[in-house]
Design a binder for this molecule. Structure first.
Ligand code: F6P
Length: 342
């Protein structure tokens, strides 16, 4: 069997261990492999790279992706679809394993409908893919953010300040919620729960009133400002039409300083969260879904992805993964809210 491999969307720790597992499993089967560089662009424009044992053996602890990535949409127009199909035919691909989040796997699902056999491997630091309990990249990103938050608390205590930490996560609050709870934040703002300015401000005043002279607030980049009209706010888009988020941390810090008169600073972690060595949990998860993807390919289970359900890695239809974003349920937020509302 000849297998093409690509990584699409925002990179995250765990991609390299997953590629490594795919290659090792496929070589064991006696398969041929080819890497497509820069996501779907690699298939569209035939940007290939060899995937050998020597290339992947040492990469288990490396962040990023040796294949490169992009947000190229293979189904943008009929021409792109035709180019992708032509390259797949020319390379003699029996199956394409696509590692990615909602967009990349959505592309894989659509390309399956156009006659290209695809298998998906879920990845995203946002953890917002349905049909899998966790995605690799998330644990590593949260570890970086918790470390940053702990450091911010040190300086916040020294200067009797409130520090606001803005984290990535797009339209899901998983990263912010896990970071905030694990760092013992005084308040957490996530996109799923409307921003209540007066609740935030009165909580900061309350902690100050009981003698705590510093605080930590974690805010997810996807949180909307509470002002009328802010809901329909226009964000800048990248060349692929992807909304560029970020900046809410500065706004939250300004609100806190204005309404509470407490000296406040903010930090936006941004892409720092996406770099660095994958955590052991992410290496393990990435390895297991990588192995499973090759199994799915050999079973002919195309249009499926390898997913974590409980402690099992199972095959699920790609459609179930990309149909709807997995956001933080309100009950979960309420369950942990007592930790940042006393
Ligand atoms: O989806 C992963 C992610 O890191 C989001 O959390 C963030 O909004 C986005 O990608 C940033 O994308 P880019 O690397 O294109 O700026």
């Amino acid at each position: 069997m000849k297998i093409g491999v690509l990584t699409g969307g925002g990179d995250c720790p765990g991609l390299n261990p997953a590629i490594r597992a795919i290659v090792m499993r496929a070589l064991e089967y006696g398969d041929e492999l080819v890497g497509l560089r820069q996501g779907w662009q690699g298939l569209r424009e035939e940007l290939t790279t060899p995937l050998t044992l020597e290339a992947v053996e040492p990469i288990i602890n490396q962040g990023g992706t040796i294949l490169g990535s992009s947000r190229t949409d293979p189904t943008k127009d009929e021409e792109s679809i035709a180019q992708c199909l032509a390259t797949a035919k020319k390379l003699g691909l029996d199956v394409l394993i696509a590692l990615g989040g909602e967009d990349t796997l959505g592309g894989a699902h659509a390309m399956c409908g156009r006659g290209l056999n695809c298998v998906g491997v879920p990845k995203t630091m946002d953890n917002d893919l349905s049909a899998t309990d966790y995605t690799f990249g998330f644990d590593s990103a949260v570890s970086v953010a918790v470390d940053a938050a702990d450091r911010l608390k040190d300086t916040a205590r020294s200067h009797r300040r409130v520090m606001v930490l803005e984290v990535m996560g797009r339209h899901a609050g998983w990263v912010a919620l896990h970071t905030g709870v694990n760092a013992g934040a005084d308040y957490i703002l996530i996109p799923e729960v409307p921003f209540d300015r007066s609740e935030l401000v009165s909580h900061i005043k309350e902690i100050k009133g009981r003698g705590k002279e510093w605080g930590l607030v974690v805010v997810s980049e996807g949180v909307k400002r509470p002002e009328p009209g802010a809901e329909g706010e226009q964000h800048v888009r990248d060349e692929f039409g992807h909304e560029k988020l970020g900046g809410i941390g500065a706004y939250v810090a300004a609100v806190i300083e204005k309404d509470t008169k407490v000296d406040t600073r903010y930090v936006s972690l941004g892409h720092i969260m996406r770099g660095g060595s994958p955590s052991p949990f992410d290496r393990w998860l990435a390895t297991r879904v990588g192995l499973k993807a090759v199994e799915l390919a050999h079973e002919g289970k195309f249009d499926h992805m390898a997913a974590l359900q409980g402690t099992d890695i199972v095959g699920v239809p790609l459609e179930a993964a990309v149909g709807e974003l997995k956001t933080v349920p309100r009950e979960l937020y309420e369950e942990v809210k007592l930790l940042f509302s006393q």
